[in-house]
Ligand binder design. Sequence first.
Ligand SMILES: Nc1ncnc2c1ncn2[C@@H]1O[C@H](COP(=O)(O)OP(=O)(O)OP(=O)(O)O)[C@@H](O)[C@H]1O
Ligand SMILES: [Mg+2]
Length: 359
Amino acid sequence: MADLKDRVLAALSTVMDPDLHKDLVTLGMIRELKVEDSGKVSFQVCLTTPACPMKEKIRGDCEAALRKVDGISRFVIEMTAEVRQARPDQDKAAIEGVRNIIAVGSGKGGVGKSTTAVNIALALSREGAKVALLDADIYGPNVPTMLGVTGKPVVRDNRIIPMRGHGIDVMSMGFMVDENQPLIWRGPMLHGVLRQLLHDVLWGEQDYLIVDLPPGTGDVQLSLSQAVPLSGAVIVTTPQNVALQDARKGIAMFQKVNVPILGIVENMSYYLCPQCGHRDEIFSTGGGENASAKFSVPFLGRIPLNTQIREGMDAGMPVAVNEDTEFPAIYRGVAQRVAQQLAIISERARNPYAITPTG
Ligand SMILES: Nc1ncnc2c1ncn2[C@@H]1O[C@H](COP(=O)(O)OP(=O)(O)OP(=O)(O)O)[C@@H](O)[C@H]1O
Ligand SMILES: [Mg+2]
């Protein structure tokens, strides 16, 4: 069956990864290829992320290529994934086991960073990725409430064990301090606290560590980029025109410290009336897309302004895991585009001349 195996591989080497612009064989994505005497062919396609938006297209292209090969009685394709470290070029002290660290930030407060960070983290996890979430809002941690997680983390061998909520690992200052006590940190202390949250926590194996940043473009943002290599940043904005200036601030903050911008999420984008289904562009429209075009960064999607989103966050039941709503699909789209951008950055870091940037 050596001959058939060769012809199968030849057929699969015509199937391209649409994002990485190379064929699956060259990319090393075809694994466990078995060809039986009966003509049964089976193999795995190992993608660079389980949240690959092109998964079904790639599977379909493989099937189409195999149908042209004579002598195959049937084929079984298993889609798997192995997330790679996005930036193998970096020398900063990384976190062992954590392959990608993604910051979620904005130029201004209250635009829905925490809401977006939590729901993207959950959406990635539901796609099959190993995901952790770090609440870097040291002064006003919201993540414990949003995920509905209470209690104090356990310390084992001098390492803090993260808490678990809705299937992801999570760490927040909110678990460490009395929530009624105001927190006052001076600059150097703040840097130390953040380093501890990154390095003294036993994060374990994670494909993605999402970091929810506090409002502003100040100390924490700088400390974070100094403390660990960031794979990329997601910028959250609202659609108003002023948001364009805010997005610019957010983007500039990461570009200054050489963190790739994965793209812009437009939050509170439109109001979908739950009673009549009418769509109202309360804060005008297109701000996120305009900003993405203007700054040449990808547009990751828009999230409606919806009472269910706020209620879900307040109740510790984020909408990304609420199957009774349309939100799991909306956040899945955003999460897939985040993972896609990371996969592209990762391939570009390995083969700098092979891929032209997409924006
Ligand atoms: N798409 C949305 N629809 C409805 N409510 C939303 C939406 N996004 C966020 N909210 C609500 O808006 C408020 C602010 O959101 P959130 O805390 O996520 O913003 P933030 O940018 O993290 O704020 P901060 O800058 O204070 O950290 C919250 O009450 C949240 O539930
Ligand atoms: Mg927040």
